[in-house]
Design a protein around this ligand. Sequence first.
Ligand SMILES: [Zn+2]
Length: 311
Amino acid sequence: MMKIRSFCLILSVSALTLVASLGAAPASAAINIVAATPDLADIAKQVGGDRVSVYSIAKPNQDLHMIEPRPSDVSRISRADLVVRVGLDLDLWMDALLNAAANGRVNRGAPGYVDASVGIQRLEVPQQQITGALGDIHVYGNPHYWLDPLNGEIISANILEGLKRVSPAYANYFERNRNVFLAGLHSAMRRWQEKLSPYQGRKIVNYHDAWPYFVRRFGLKVLGCIEPKPGIPPTASHVASLIERIKAEKQPVVIADAAFYPDKAAKTIAARTGAEFVVIPSSVGGAKGADNFFSLFDHIVDGLVRGFSNR
Ligand SMILES: [Zn+2]
């Protein structure tokens, strides 16, 4: 599966390289940032302020593991001053894009290259060699680390360092912006913790294993995922065993998923167990009004509270 996917990626990206070489743009005063995801784009915008122009390759409500590069993405990276990626194995497609764009300012190791995962305490790092049986994604540990909002401290620090490298004259400005971001984050954390505090220890079920960072931060638990392994679609027997486990729980379980995952199994499980099913965004822009890193978590927290309090 992995081999086929990578092969297709290489094919399509080589076809795009030609387009990239045509993509010269007029010089602009703004620092041109290309982020892998809307979440990184928003944090880069908050730290960079009016000195930056930010573009996200992934759009809201896409499966971030499965982004397919477009000619315009290569073209944008060829003009970028700073690239911000999720890292681990979430955005392997970014390597193909960087190769195709061949922009020495943002290649791996260049001043304009930011891997936002540097310094993150990774969860679910595999203890054994990954085989096809374990699924072909999450091979370096769980890559959905932005869903612990406090990891915003590390993400914003990595972006800040990148901005200072490419635009040292504005270092103080970026640091001030990051401090404003951190103050907003810490104040919002208190609000989210307060809302979820009555539900400590409650369990959720998700389609994809994207929530371990979130539940650890807020004292919740993941009972199980509808995918038997990350990236592997559910089987009837796996769904049946999940239903039995939910029924065996003393407290009602909430099924919570982003809108872009298939919801057939989730609805079946909800119908058979009486579990509440809530749709929550997992990226900025994934729900109406979830248009920055803070309002994203407002939507997630409110959605879960709605689920927990209905049962
Ligand atoms: Zn994943």
